[in-house]
Design a protein around this ligand. Structure first.
Ligand SMILES: Nc1ncnc2c1ncn2[C@@H]1O[C@H](COP(=O)(O)OP(=O)(O)O)[C@@H](O)[C@H]1O
Ligand SMILES: [Mg+2]
Length: 259
């Protein structure tokens, strides 16, 4: 559970539209990497290439390499389903399956992967995943209630429990707090700090304070104008990015001068 990701010269397309151009960067294991940048610069597009979710959109494709411990996730013999088992994802809006109970939600990803598990193993996995997502104490007496009966912040932690139940190496989070209130946001940020001891975490956030609080390294993406591709402008350890960025565009963005 400590895989390093190296992205080399990645171009990301929707049909003929080049949405993200020539990105090369490395993601260190067991740390938090934040992607920041103005709306439309391709943060969501780029993060979805890291677990081969991008290509589920008709016409969407990539060029370049995404190496995980040296193995190209886009290699011809690599099964995208296997990739998604190693690289879990949490989305902007908490999206528990509304008709499923809390415990069924936790197990949903495991069942999708066609794993048969005994009742007691399932119970153990539900508990350990909910503990891992810092939700166990709040839901342990109502595991059979619908996932949709939880608050927004609890639903997002349920989605994190669902993601970690498949025991991924990497967790991708695309603006996981943008639909949450400030208290729930802090709960998720605390959780991210706990999770990075075990997982490699990549988070997209439009909230610069959040990037500064939770991440070890920050990558700034920008776009030159509508219809132009997003590009990686600069990446560094987070304190350096926020105190002494090299590029003027980074400084302008983090000081709130645009975007
Ligand atoms: N499903 C899609 N089909 C075509 N273009 C898309 C699709 N999703 C996003 N885009 C385009 O890709 C670019 C980057 O979008 P996105 O990755 O959502 O940016 P961000 O997450 O940084 O706001 C935008 O120009 C957007 O319109
Ligand atoms: Mg986005």
């Amino acid at each position: 559970m400590s895989k390093r990701i190296d992205i080399n010269n990645l171009n990301v397309y929707y049909g003929s539209f080049l949405a993200v151009e020539d990105v090369s960067l490395a993601i260190e294991p067991k740390s938090v990497t934040a992607f920041i940048g103005p709306s439309g610069c391709g943060k969501s597009t780029f993060i979805r290439t890291l677990n081969r979710m991008h290509e589920v959109i008709p016409g969407a494709r990539v060029e370049g390499e995404v190496l995980m411990d040296g193995v190209d996730l886009y290699g011809s013999d690599v099964d995208p389903v296997t990739v998604r088992r190693h690289v879990g994802m949490v989305f902007q809006r908490p999206n528990p399956f509304p008709t499923m109970s809390i415990s069924e939600n936790v197990l949903a990803g495991v069942k999708l992967n066609n794993k048969r598990i005994s009742r007691s193993d399932a119970d153990d996995l539900v508990e350990s995943s909910l503990r891992g997502a810092n939700l166990w104490a709040e839901v342990k007496d109502r595991l059979d209630k619908p996932g949709s009966s939880l608050s927004g912040g609890q639903q997002q932690r349920l989605c994190i429990a669902r993601a970690i139940a498949i025991k991924p190496d990497v967790l991708l989070m695309d603006e996981p707090c943008s639909a949450l209130d400030p208290i729930s946001t802090l709960a998720i940020e605390d959780l991210i700090q706990d999770l990075k001891e075990q997982y490699t975490i990549v988070i997209v956030t439009h909230n610069m304070q959040q990037a500064a609080r939770v991440s070890d390294r920050t990558a700034f993406f920008n776009i030159a104008g509508t219809g132009k591709p997003g590009k990686l402008i600069e990446m560094n350890d987070t304190p350096t990015m926020f105190s002494t960025p090299v590029e003027k565009a980074t400084e302008d963005y983090i000081s709130g001068r645009f975007g």
